[in-house]
Design a protein around this ligand. Structure first.
Ligand code: ZN
Length: 75
């Protein structure tokens, strides 16, 4: 509604919003389930914009193997 209000839109601050590092696994895990799936924005406390950024980073991290796929069959 108010495009000027950029700061404090959600739990992510402005510093983290410009670019989310897909190599930052600890950060991504905070916003994903143990299965490596991203949690809904409501649970993460993210606004839709940041939720999308996190999901994108998570997808890349998953493709590159930084974040595990659903690990139901552990060894
Ligand atoms: Zn936000």
């Amino acid at each position: 509604m108010n495009p000027l209000k950029e700061e404090g839109c959600c739990t992510l601050n402005d510093f983290e919003t410009k670019y989310i590092d897909y190599k930052n696994v600890a950060f991504l895990k905070k916003y994903s389930s143990p299965c490596g799936r991203i949690m809904p924005g409501k649970i993460n406390g993210l606004c839709p914009r940041h939720q999308r950024l996190v999901r994108k980073a998570l997808q890349i991290a998953r493709m590159l193997g930084f974040v595990a796929f659903c690990s139901r069959n552990k060894r």
